[in-house]
Ligand binder design. Structure first.
Ligand SMILES: Cc1cc2nc3c(=O)[nH]c(=O)nc-3n(C[C@H](O)[C@H](O)[C@H](O)COP(=O)(O)OP(=O)(O)OC[C@H]3O[C@@H](n4cnc5c(N)ncnc54)[C@H](O)[C@@H]3O)c2cc1C
Length: 715
C-alpha cells in the first residue's frame, strides 16, 4: 500500500486547541521528532495457564522492559528538546502522544486480495470435492477440512444436489457508462487526490454484502455504479474533496470496508448526478496514542484487524470486535453504530468513542474537547453515530483503549431447551456478571454448528457417543430441543475464575451444565468462517441472509418463537419447502437482548428468488416490530429497512433528522439514500410535509411491488 506521509507528533499541553490535533501533511502544527524505538512490533511472553475443562490462554502482555516504559522515556526525551511544557517529566507523561503509519492488510487495489463477487479473501471458500463440502483458507483454522457431517446437514435440510453447481461469475468487461461532471473531474485532477475511472475499481465499490447486492453483482444487474473512485489521504484532503463536490453538485458516497448488510453502501440506482465514491482506505494512521488517558486517535479508514494489531503491539486493545472486523473499518463502525461481540467488557461503539470528526458540506462537525463526559446536550457525537454516510465523512475518531487482558478463557454450556437458555441469559444480565461474550444458540444453530466438526477417528467417535449418552440418558435432555451457549471470559485470572464459577452456577439453576472450552472456542472461531457459506449456497441454489433486532427481556423468547413461526408460515404459503430458520441471542443488556436470525432456503425453480427472500424477510421484520423488537440492533437501517425508519423514530423525529440534513448538506450531496427512502430531484424543493407523504407512498409502493410479484415455483 502506498504509505501516507510519515509524521510523529508531540503535542504539548499548551498547544493551540484543547481538542486533539491531527497530523495532516498540509497542516502540521506540531513538532516532528524521531520515531520511537518502542514502535517496533513487540514479542510477547506466553504464560499458559489451564483450568479444568475450559480453554484458557494467557494474554500477550508486554515484557517487563516493554513498550510503555520505552515509549514514555523516548517521548519524554524527544519532546523535552522541543517543547517548554515537557521540561518536567510529569507533563511529558501526561501529554504523551505518538503517531504511527499502519501498513494495511489490504492493498489499494482491494480486488488483488479480496473476492470481487462475494465475501472475504480470494483464497478462502467453501467448495465441493468428491461430493463433499470442504473449506480452504490459510487464515482460518478450518483450512483444508473435509466436512461430511455438514454436507449431510445441507443435503437433508435443503434437499439440494451438490452437482450442477453454477459457474463462478465471469469478470465483467463492460461497465455502466459513467455520468461525468467535467468541471469536477478537471479540478479533481489537479487536487492531488488519487482517483480512478476504471470499471472494476468502480464496480467493486458499488455494493455491500446483502443478498440483494451479491445476487445483482453476480448477474451484472447494477445500472448505476460510482462514476469515479477517490482515495483522499487525510482529513484536510476530505475537506477539499467535499468542498469541491458541493460546489459542483457531485454526490459523495463514503466507503469503508463495504461490509454493510443494510444496503447502505449500495449505489442509489436512481441518482442522476455524477457519483464520487470516497474510499477511506488510505486514511488509516494511528494519529496519536495517549497512554496517560488511555485514548487513541485513528483515521477513520483503518480496518479492524489493522487497528487491533497496532494496539496489541503496545499491550493495548480497543476490544471492539464485530464479526466483520477482519474487513470493516472504524469509520464504518461509527457510521452504522456497530456492536462488537465483546461489548460486555469493552462496550459498543457509542461507549468507546470519545471524540469524532465529521466533514460535512457545511463545515466540520466535532466537539471541542476530548473530556470524558460533558453536560452540553444534545450530544453531537450521536448525530454522527448512525448517520450512515448521509450527513458527511467521518475522518478521525478518538477511542478508549484498555490493557490487553491477562487471561482469555472459553467455555460452553448446554441447556435442555431455548427458553431455559434465555432465562439463564436474563439472570446473568440482571446480576451483571456477563463474560466478555455470551451467545445462546437455538437447537437448529447448535446442530448446524456441530455438523461443522471435522470427521474423527473411531476413538473420538466413542467419546462422542459417551458424551451423547451422558446428555440424553443421565441429564435427560432431548436432542431435538437441546441448545448451547458459548462463553468467552477476559480479565485477570482471579476475576475470570470467580466470574466463571458464578456463571456456571447460574446455568445450573436452569438445568444447564458446562460442556467444555473446546466447544466454546470452536464456536467463536466459526463466527468468521460462517460468512463464507453464502457464496457456496448461491452456486447450489440456496440463498441465505441474516437479520437482527433488540428486544426487552420480557418479550425475548416470544419474539424468537413468533418470528420463526411467521417465517415458516410465509414459506409454506409460498411453496418454499426446504428452508432453515434459526436464531441466537448474541448480546445482553440490563433491559433486554439482541437476537440474530439466520434464514436460508432452496430457491430452485423460483422466478424471483431474491424478491421472494426479501418479501419473507420483510414479513419477519413486521413480526419483530409487532413483538416489541427494534428496527435494528447493529446492522443499521440502510435502504432495506428505510421504509420503517419514519415509523420507528416518529414524525417529529423525522423532521429533526431532515432539518439537520438540510442544514449540514443543503444540496444533498451525501445522497446515499439511507435512513429515509430517497427523494427524486423534483422533490428537492418540496415542503417537508409533502416529502413525508412521498416517502410513505414510495414505501407503500415498494411493498406493493413485492406483494404483486408471483412467487410461484416453476417446478
Ligand atoms: C459477515 C458479517 C458480519 C457482521 N457482523 C457485524 C457485527 O458483529 N456487528 C456489527 O455492528 N455489524 C456487523 N456487520 C455489519 C457491518 O460489518 C457493519 O455495519 C460495519 O460497521 C460496516 O463497516 P464498513 O467499514 O464495512 O462500512 P461500509 O460497509 O463501507 O459502509 C457502511 C455505511 O457507513 C458509511 N461509511 C463508511 N465509512 C464512513 C466514513 N468514514 N464516514 C461516513 N460514513 C461512512 C457508508 O457510506 C455506508 O453508509 C457484519 C457484516 C457482515 C457481512
Amino acid at each position: 500500500m502506498a504509505m501516507t506521509n510519515k509524521c510523529i507528533n508531540y503535542v504539548t499541553s499548551n498547544s493551540t486547541s484543547s481538542a486533539e490535533k491531527s497530523c495532516d501533511s498540509e497542516n502540521v502544527p506540531h513538532l516532528a521528532i524521531r520515531a520511537p524505538a518502542a514502535l517496533v512490533e513487540h514479542t510477547y511472553k506466553s504464560k499458559a495457564s489451564e483450568t479444568a475443562k475450559s480453554t484458557t490462554t494467557t494474554t500477550p502482555t508486554p515484557t517487563e522492559s516493554g513498550t510503555a516504559e520505552m515509549l514514555t522515556s523516548d517521548l519524554a526525551n524527544g519532546g523535552a528538546q522541543s517543547s517548554p511544557a515537557s521540561t518536567t517529566s510529569d507533563m511529558a507523561i501526561l501529554d504523551e502522544r505518538l503517531s504511527k503509519d499502519v501498513e494495511s492488510v489490504f492493498p489499494k487495489k482491494r480486488q488483488d486480495v479480496l473476492k470481487w463477487y462475494g465475501w472475504g479473501y480470494n483464497d478462502s471458500e467453501f467448495y465441493v470435492e468428491n461430493d463433499m463440502i470442504c473449506f480452504r483458507g490459510k487464515k482460518y483454522p478450518l483450512d483444508g477440512t473435509v466436512l461430511p457431517l455438514f454436507t449431510e446437514w445441507v443435503l437433508n435440510r435443503f434437499q439440494c444436489t451438490l452437482h450442477n453447481k453454477l459457474p463462478l461469475p465471469e469478470l465483467p468487461t463492460e461497465f455502466p457508462k459513467p455520468t461525468v461532471n467535467a468541471e469536477f473531474l478537471q479540478e479533481l485532477a489537479t487536487s492531488g487526490i488519487a482517483h480512478s475511472l476504471e470499471g472494476m475499481d468502480r464496480l467493486i465499490r458499488c455494493h455491500g454484502q446483502t443478498l440483494h447486492d451479491i445476487y445483482y453483482l453476480c448477474s451484472n444487474k447494477f445500472q448505476r455504479i460510482p462514476d469515479v473512485v477517490t482515495w483522499p489521504t487525510s482529513h484536510s484532503k476530505v475537506v477539499r474533496l467535499v468542498e469541491m463536490a458541493h460546489r459542483h453538485n457531485v454526490v459523495v458516497l463514503p466507503y469503508g470496508g463495504g461490509t454493510s448488510v443494510s444496503g447502505a453502501t449500495t449505489c442509489p440506482q436512481e441518482e442522476k448526478r455524477m457519483m464520487c465514491c470516497l474510499d477511506t482506505s488510505q486514511m488509516n494512521r494511528m494519529v496519536w496514542l495517549n497512554k496517560s488517558n488511555m485514548t487513541v486517535c485513528f483515521e477513520a479508514g483503518i480496518v479492524g484487524q489493522d487497528l487491533e494489531r497496532t494496539l496489541r503491539s503496545q499491550g493495548l486493545t480497543v476490544g471492539h470486535e464485530p464479526d466483520s472486523y477482519e474487513f470493516s473499518t472504524l469509520g464504518g463502525w461509527v457510521a452504522t453504530r456497530a456492536s462488537g461481540m465483546k461489548k460486555n467488557v469493552y462496550g459498543n461503539i457509542e461507549d468507546l468513542v470519545v471524540h469524532v470528526k465529521m466533514v460535512t458540506a457545511n463545515g466540520v462537525l466535532e466537539r471541542e474537547c476530548t473530556a470524558p463526559r460533558v453536560s452540553c446536550g444534545p450530544d453531537f457525537n450521536h448525530i454522527i453515530m448512525g448517520s450512515e454516510g448521509t450527513l458527511g465523512v467521518i475522518t478521525e475518531v478518538v477511542l478508549k483503549v484498555r490493557p490487553l487482558p491477562a487471561v482469555r478463557r472459553y467455555n460452553s454450556l448446554v441447556f435442555p431447551d431455548f427458553e431455559s437458555g434465555v432465562q439463564f441469559m436474563r439472570e446473568v444480565a440482571l446480576r451483571r456478571c456477563q463474560p466478555s461474550s455470551v451467545r445462546l444458540m437455538d437447537n437448529e444453530q447448535f446442530i448446524m454448528g456441530q455438523s461443522l466438526k471435522p470427521p474423527k477417528g473411531w476413538k473420538a467417535s466413542i467419546v462422542d457417543y459417551v458424551k451423547k449418552f451422558y446428555v440424553t440418558s443421565i441429564k435427560g435432555i432431548d436432542l431435538s430441543s437441546i441448545c448451547a451457549a458459548t462463553l468467552l471470559f477476559e480479565g485477570e485470572l482471579e476475576d475470570v475464575n470467580r466470574q466463571e464459577e458464578l456463571v456456571i452456577g447460574i446455568a445450573k439453576k436452569y438445568k444447564g451444565f458446562a460442556a467444555g472450552g473446546e466447544n466454546g472456542e470452536r464456536g467463536y472461531i466459526m463466527t468468521f468462517v460462517i460468512a463464507y457459506m453464502r457464496d457456496l449456497g448461491l452456486r447450489h441454489d440456496i440463498i441465505a441472509e441474516s437479520f437482527e433486532t433488540s428486544v426487552p427481556w420480557d418479550r425475548c423468547a416470544r419474539l424468537c418463537r413468533n418470528v420463526k413461526q411467521r417465517v415458516s408460515l410465509e414459506c409454506h404459503a409460498r411453496s418454499v419447502h426446504h428452508y432453515s430458520i434459526s436464531c441466537r441471542v448474541t448480546q445482553t443488556y440490563d433491559a433486554g437482548a439482541c437476537v440474530y436470525f439466520y434464514f436460508a432456503f432452496n430457491m430452485k425453480g423460483f422466478e424471483h428468488p431474491v424478491e421472494l427472500f426479501e418479501y419473507i424477510e420483510s414479513a419477519a421484520r413486521d413480526e419483530i416490530l409487532k413483538c416489541g423488537g427494534s428496527l435494528s440492533h447493529h446492522h443499521g437501517v440502510g435502504k432495506i429497512r428505510s421504509r420503517w425508519y419514519e415509523h420507528t423514530i416518529t414524525k417529529t423525529g423525522t423532521e429533526v433528522y431532515k432539518a439537520t440534513k438540510e442544514r449540514l448538506d443543503p444540496k444533498n450531496i451525501f445522497a446515499t439514500g439511507n435512513l429515509l427512502p430517497a427523494h427524486s430531484d423534483e422533490d428537492k424543493d418540496k415542503p417537508s410535509e409533502e416529502l413525508t407523504s412521498h416517502s410513505k407512498a414510495a414505501a407503500v409502493a415498494s411493498l406493493t411491488n413485492l406483494t404483486n410479484i408471483k412467487f410461484k415455483s416453476k417446478l
